[in-house]
Write a protein that binds this ligand. Structure first.
Ligand SMILES: [Zn+2]
Length: 114
């Protein structure tokens, strides 16, 4: 007789725990990044991997770097711009000349017309 081994007793949920399949997280180390809005984010980086140079700040979306004193994307030192500087950005010198000529012509017309 070979019966008795055909149907194995089995209950739902009674399976043995499979320790071998448990996920073992790789060792990580926190790497800190700072964006130029002074947001700090600690990113767990795999211990055996080189951390990326930049990390997107999760709070403002700007790129963040590992040097808090020199975050990437810092605005170029333009402490103050005059109104003229802004105008020069918007208009070429040629446009400026044209505008000036137009204004002078209008001025002369007004003066000459009186
Ligand atoms: Zn930020």
């Amino acid at each position: 007789m070979t019966s008795g081994n055909v149907i194995r007793g089995s209950r739902v949920g009674s399976g043995p725990e499979r320790f071998g399949e448990r996920h073992v997280p790789a060792p990580r180390r926190p790497v800190s990044y700072w964006c130029r809005n002074d947001h700090r984010v600690d990113v767990p980086i795999a211990a055996d991997a080189a951390p990326p140079t930049l990390w997107d700040c999760p709070r403002c979306g700007l790129p963040a770097g590992q040097d808090p004193a020199d975050p990437p994307g810092r605005a170029r030192p333009e402490p103050y711009k005059t109104h003229l500087a802004y105008v020069k950005e918007r208009r070429t010198p040629e446009q400026g000349e044209a505008l000036l000529a137009e204004a002078l012509a209008a001025l002369r017309r007004r003066r000459g017309g009186s």
